[in-house]
Write a protein that binds this ligand. Structure first.
Ligand code: F0G
Length: 374
């Protein structure tokens, strides 16, 4: 496997260069890349419950991708393939992050991006990205599921390539995160916790872990989990309580959650996600907006890591299951933090209890404020 590094100056050049041998891309396709991937796997130090139970809890910090979410992994592969096939335009429905990523990679490739977003329900940072990268933005009076339906319909007659996760190249790119985790740990985790919306990402990780376990790319790297009990982690898929079709056991019509990224009622990768959870002996669960926001705050104040609300769902679930013993003491757990906290500054400021102190621009005032608050 290539290191993804430019040999002359050891610059990391993105996940297609690094993982081309496990991706279904033509050899002569030119990578459309923003040096995505290679994200940190941060070990939690300061969460008391985790320490008490002897759990190794790692955060796969996907918010550090070029557009601030895991979507870039899938987008680099999907856009590379689209351009290779001669496409001049890509199209997606999005709760925000896919639109930001599609817009950026289209700009990089010199093609057009059309994005359908639900009016009033996308975080400001994501909208700013789509606008700045020059996407053509269609705000629909409807939700993500309406957008997804329309995208599939219009693509039948318009010359555009869909870059939602129903595009198989998206999941292929996203599976590389599982490869990075296994490389970093030297084994697979015992549990992998992940927020579930449209259900593509959980399916992509499962594909990655499954390939590694079966050594399908013949790299002599067949892996086992940290506890050595199985070859693949248990997949734990967590949703927001108001947008939890996998808990309902069927699609839901009016999803609602503060975690707008996962405000989805009709997940497109339903069967793949169900398969991942069943085959891995994992489970789904759902948590309230209050629980999700409390975890987002916990990560910022205790670990110095700022993720968006949807991402905090994975850690909310992990802590819930660690507390109840569903995740046994001593386990190695990875949570995917899917998007950066800066994506949604409104929610962050609204829920933060931090007061801004207004003081005079004088030494005495500053000094007093410091001494009183030490
Ligand atoms: N976390 C974040 C930050 C997301 O943006 C998404 C999906 C998910 C989790 C869920 O991942 O859909 O693969 O199950 N966002 C999509 C979008 C739907 O349009 O940006 P999933």
């Amino acid at each position: 496997m290539s290191t993804g590094r430019d040999m002359q100056n050891s610059r990391y050049t993105g996940l297609i260069d690094r993982y081309r041998n496990i991706l279904p891309l033509a050899e002569d396709s030119r990578a459309v890349s923003l040096c995505e991937g290679d994200t940190p796997l941060v070990l939690c130090h300061n969460i008391e419950l985790v320490n008490r139970k002897g759990i190794k809890l790692y955060l796969k910090y996907e918010g550090l991708n070029p557009t601030g979410s895991f979507k870039d992994r899938g987008m680099t592969v999907a856009v590379t393939q689209a351009v290779h096939e001669g496409s001049r335009a890509i199209l997606c429905a999005s709760t925000g992050n896919t639109s930001a990523s599609a817009a950026a990679y289209a700009a990089r490739a010199g093609i057009k991006a059309f994005v359908l977003i639900p009016e009033g329900n996308i975080a400001m940072g994501k909208l700013a990205q789509a606008m700045m990268h020059g996407a053509i933005i269609l705000q629909i009076r409807g939700n993500f599921d309406d957008g997804m339906r329309l995208v599939k319909e219009v693509a039948e007659t318009a010359p555009v390539d869909i870059v939602n996760s129903i595009n198989p190249y998206r999941l292929q790119g996203q599976k590389t995160s599982a490869y990075e985790i296994v490389e970093a740990l030297g084994c697979a985790p015992d549990f992998h916790c992940i927020p579930v919306g449209n259900a593509g990402n959980i399916s992509a990780y499962w594909m990655g872990y499954s390939e590694l376990a079966a050594d399908v790319h013949n790299q002599g790297k067949q892996v086992v989990t940290a506890s050595g009990q199985t070859s693949r982690p248990k997949m734990l898929g967590y949703q927001a309580a108001g947008a939890a079709p996998f808990i309902a056991g069927e699609p839901i019509e009016k999803p609602e959650t503060v975690a707008t990224a996962i405000r989805i009622g009709h997940p497109q990768s339903w069967d793949l996600a169900q398969g991942a959870v069943k085959e891995s002996n994992g489970w789904f669960n759902a948590f309230t907006d209050e629980e999700i926001l409390a975890t987002q705050k916990l990560l910022t104040t205790h670990e110095g890591i700022f993720c968006e609300p949807a991402s905090a769902t994975s850690v909310t679930g992990a802590l819930h299951d660690i507390e109840r013993g569903n995740v046994p003491e001593g386990s190695t757990v990875v949570c995917t933090l899917t998007g950066h906290g800066l994506k949604d500054p409104d929610i962050a400021i609204r829920q933060s209890s931090t007061e801004l102190m207004n003081i005079d621009a004088e030494l005495d005032s500053v000094r007093r404020a410091i001494l009183e608050n030490l």
